[in-house]
Design a protein around this ligand. Sequence first.
Ligand code: PRX
Length: 664
Amino acid sequence: MPESSSAIESTLVENRVFEPNAATVAAARIGGMDAYHALCAEAEQDFEGFWARLARAGLVWHKPFTEVLDESNKPFYKWFQDGELNASANCLDRHMGTPTEHKTAIIFEADDGAVTKVTYKELLAKVSQLANALKAMGVQKGDRVVIYMPMTVEGVVAMQACARIGATHSVVFGGFSAKALQERIQDAGAVAVITANYQMRGGKELPLKAIVDEGLALGGCDSIKNVVVFQRTASACNMVAGRDVLMHEVMAAQSSECAPVMVGAEHPLFILYTSGSTGKPKGVQHSTAGYLLWAKQTMDWTFDLKDNDVFWCTADIGWVTGHSYVAYGPLAAGATQIVFEGVPTFPHAGRFWQTIEKHRCTIFYTAPTAIRSLIKAAETDAKVHPKNWDLTSLRILGSVGEPINPEAWMWYYRNIGGERCPVVDTFWQTETGGHMITPLPGATPLVPGSCTLALPGIITAVVDEMGNDVPNGQGGILVVKKPWPSMIRTIWGDPQRFKKSYFPEELKGYYLAGDGAVRSIDRGYFRITGRIDDVLNVSGHRMGTMEIESALVGKTDLVAEAAVVGRPDELTGEAIVAFVVLKRPVPTGDEAKALATELRNWVAKEIGPIAKPKEIRFGENLPKTRSGKIMRRLLRSLAKGEAVTQDTSTLENPHILEQLSKSN
Ligand code: PRX
């Protein structure tokens, strides 16, 4: 169970409500709350019938399913399991012979502003060529392929090509280190890596292939037979004869037709590693049919996607948001989408707004951290204020990845949405596959800072530690009471951990999200109060405290012990603070600064720059109980700079609180 639910606050002071305007309601797929409630009622009355109807309408089946939900081996639920389909065929082939065939699938906006457009037909040809090339290398249905790519058309092509031949992909975010990459390759037992020579970010050419080489050289990756290298830039990179091939060369040798390999509905489409409560990242395994159904359905419901929309999700394909709302959902729904390679602040902090104007973007989906940093930039430099660009093409705004504070919500609503566009604050997780709790643009009255209500068919609740519902207004644990098609199927190679992490016995078989939540008294709206486990959310990126701790203590020549906690941060949501005991006297002054820098760089090397602690404090020990347990609550108070009000009578070594209360 989570360490403490006392961390869950239960105040809700937000009174502003924004009703959807009549025009949006009239045009929406789910127009008005009655339509929303009707769908919820349908799911309640005939749960399996509801999902079967959506699955039949939303997906193209090679072999129709006859069974909807198999609950015989809880919590290893199976959905539509005797059906057969292919995910790539559901994203591409389904549009051939329809007007979507010649529609732009991807508007690629490169880091330097260059634009390339690809139609659905062209995308299918590219995917087929790469799929054929992978097959020619011997990659087969069920094999795992690691993708370590920048945000490019080819990144999406790589994912789709794997899906086309039934290979299970595992995308590793391009900001992860060689070591993190190696660990994921090993855990997945991957047979190939698809990467790029370099990636372009903020005008800089950063190596990717060199990191793959470094990762493979760390050892234990004998399963890898080939490395496919996309040449993003003209610069040469090291190529290992007999192992490494250039993507454009192997593709050119292949036909642009490739029959999709049909797979069972439960076939693992992908594994995506994410942080949990222990040091080792979890390989979240998703299915083909259930996952894809929800990625598409939420495009239709949450974003109310229309044929002439220009959709833009700014997330990287290395995260789940980039899977569901870049690589799969928009394509399955036949959308035109922007794929953006760069960073929001290059060449200036108005880049997002400029890009919206440039491509007449209609639906824009980003993270609160990006919004907060762009607010700050706009406030300090009028030249990058959104008012400099024409944003009237926008009709829906979305937020994802972390709680959005009401101030940032209001700024987004006013300055980007012109008080015209609903803001859909979508709560979900790597494990949920797609949106869970979110407003619907043509139905739900909006309350800043609240993700409002669960989607139809998604049975969420706030409960106490025994799984009993708590009244509205009272904080508790967020759970999902019934399975849903896009849920995590297992943790790759560790079914026991899957059961233990997500379906703890005390919770009556409910899915434990790992977040605290409170529902408003008046409307029953959900507000997420943050993680209740040892997971941090830094700039919308999930980081395990234990993961960072094990990286720190891995520096065995220097570090004896480490504890990592989160501290609220105005810009990044949470910031990482590490308390470190060295194998030498407590350093001060310049020595402390130099050692902190050394350790931060070490963590970047072990995990990736996103895991670097913002602050490192040194002490001769950590606050522990007499039984030797680290008192994390105390450390959280110290990190925040709060006076310690907790009971410290059980503390073995109270004097070190003084030492750890100061920054070095
Ligand atoms: O704490 C919640 C937060 O992000 C966690 C999931 O992180 P990850 O698996 O990396 O997926 C992020 C993208 C879906 C959740 O447990 N979170 C995500 N969206 C929201 C959120 N917290 C509050 N409001 C949200 N809209």
